[in-house]
Design a protein around this ligand. Structure first.
Ligand SMILES: [Zn+2]
Length: 168
């Protein structure tokens, strides 16, 4: 006479594929439940003005993040999501006091602030993550600057001004 334990062991040995299927289904089901909980928490945080990644209030102009996670997000997009890079970007922002070096305007973090490569990545890929090649400038200006170096952009702006000045 087999005892229960032996019977169970035999059943498991004969039903390996079936068990694998159950396990997979269980994991899938619970992964979805877990993802749903995370989504729900993010929605709640969004409604309550809380950062997506922590329990800190969001920046006034950021849809998703507190200051810390805003810089972490920018660092990650840059391709170096390290804490050191995020901190270096935060320091740069505060060193600039949030002032755009081109317009002298106060930028609002998460609204019209963007990280510019002084020497563009298209021409100087090796300087992509060099903190000395980065500065915070107004988003619209960053778009206008495009693939120009800061120097090229300044020359263009001066030509534009001279033209406007001479032609009223
Ligand atoms: Zn946060």
């Amino acid at each position: 006479m087999k005892n229960t334990k032996e019977y169970m062991a035999e059943w498991r040995a004969n039903n390996k594929d079936r068990i694998k299927g159950y396990t997979k289904a269980y994991n899938t089901k619970h992964r979805e439940a877990k993802n749903a909980r995370i989504r729900e928490r993010m929605t709640q945080r969004s409604i309550n003005g809380i950062c997506k990644h922590c329990n800190t209030p969001r920046l006034p102009h950021s849809k998703n993040f507190c200051e810390k996670h805003y810089f972490a997000c920018v660092a990650a997009r840059l391709g170096d999501g390290s804490v050191e890079m995020a901190e270096a970007l935060r320091k740069k922002w505060h060193d600039q006091k949030g002032i755009c070096p081109y317009t002298n305007q106060q930028m609002l973090l998460g609204l019209d602030s963007s990280l510019d490569h002084i020497l563009p990545v298209s021409k100087y890929p090796e300087l992509k993550m060099d903190i000395n090649n980065l500065e915070w400038i107004t988003t619209s200006l960053n778009k206008a600057k495009g693939n120009m170096t800061k120097e090229e952009f300044m020359v263009m702006l001066k030509q534009l001004l001279i033209h406007i000045f001479n032609n009223g």
